[in-house]
Design a protein around this ligand. Sequence first.
Ligand SMILES: Cc1ncc(COP(=O)(O)O)c(C=O)c1O
Length: 387
Amino acid sequence: MRLSNLINDLPPYHFADAKKKIDDRRAAGVDVISLSMGDPDMPAPQEVVDRLCREMQNPENHRYPEYRGMRALHEAISAWFERRFGVYLEPERDILPLLGSKEGLVYAAASVLNAGDVALTPDPYYPVYLTAATSVGAQPYMLPLLERNDFLPDLDSIPQDVLAKSRLFWLNYPNNPTAACADRDFFERLVAFAHKHDLVIVHDMAYAEVYFDDFRPMSILEVPGAREVAVELHSLSKTYNMAGFRLGMLVGNAELVDAVGRLKSNIDSGIFRPLQYAAVEALNLPVSWINQRNAIYRRRRDLLCAGCEALGMHTRITKAGLYIWSAVPHGYTSRDFANWLFDKTGVFVAPGSNFGPAGEGYVRISITAPDERIETALARMRAAIES
Ligand SMILES: Cc1ncc(COP(=O)(O)O)c(C=O)c1O
């Protein structure tokens, strides 16, 4: 069959490949410890599961759902956002519930970009940014996230002729994969930059609610004037251990939220109502639920950051998100090191270069495994590296 250029040019999705590699090795009897994906290993809150089961019993909920989500969900998102970030979102106008935030990236790009436009893209990046832009004929322009710049893009490095063609600025803090966070000063500079150059910022905040110590990631919508140029994506996947439920939301600029709603309602038919009720239940949980869950992640982060440093793999302390970003030992590329580690120890980490050329020299290690498994992984790594 003759397939489209889009499909022919599409690279394999690294995580689908990785999953196969892990499954094959497990089938061969290897005790694989996978620290490569940001797939929460802890269960969704019991209240959420109970509500989902209850709502499933109601035949009214078996019908087609509302295209743009139930009023009750819009209101729960608005109340959550105001409690968390101190920003009021008008429930119907400024909020669109999604089937996970991933689809929102694709719809946002298709709502903003035309063929020939440029999408300013961090490197390393979440792979969907590239697919979303190129699928509508736009070109990415890579902005390297370098450690010497605290893994923030250098706005002054973008050439004028690129800026003239740029329409969209992908942003993602807490960042996947570098684990970096952006501060208010950076967000303010970026909002001013977007106003000046007529750019739309799509801030992917999938990791907003995994944070440690006294740090709390801020929303770009806290910056005055952001709403005119920015939308933000949130997700219940990492926030409430609900990755399989597929629930997310687009919030912010009302015109773009409406545009994405229009596009989306032409493509899918909304979120199964019992899942929407389950999302309301999650969003109404007290912050103590998040704090208890994050305390577990914090122990894992401490183990991995200290463990990798002790192995000579330079690692900044992660303040938020599900990853640590560690420099590979001298003499290895990211991929060689990840392959070597997997062969020698059964510990699977993601090569930084999977996420773009500027990820070379690092591996991304996820904290989505229990303490004992992380301790075993570190012990195996130590034995392999020392030998
Ligand atoms: C940076 C980033 N954005 C978006 C997503 C998609 O999350 P969701 O499960 O809400 O589609 C992920 C998932 O890993 C991610 O890492």
